[in-house]
Design a protein around this ligand. Sequence first.
Ligand code: HEM
Length: 71
Amino acid sequence: MCPAMSLGLLIVQVQLAKLLHSFTWKLPKGENPQDMDMGEVFGITTRKAIPLHAIAIARLPQNLYLAPQFT
Ligand code: HEM
């Protein structure tokens, strides 16, 4: 099995938290949460069978979305 499973789970949780904190999420017009297909496909990782289509709306000051510059 993956020797870094705990680290991997932490990385996934931090990245998800960053996405939830940084954006307001909406479904495209005409799509309802109750109609979403939450089916999964099993592989090396488990992912949604039908990819999520969502609209991300920035909710923080613009400069916080810039990639860090290492000079
Ligand atoms: C969400 C993140 C991750 C997923 C889904 C994942 C998944 C996996 C899977 C499926 C394997 C193969 C297991 C097997 O052969 O039975 C594996 C192996 C491995 N993973 Fe990860 N991994 C993740 C993160 C990481 C991270 C962050 C590291 C290192 C810092 C890492 C290092 C390794 C190594 C070295 C192996 C090979 C182990 C061996 O065959 O001796 N993985 N991982």
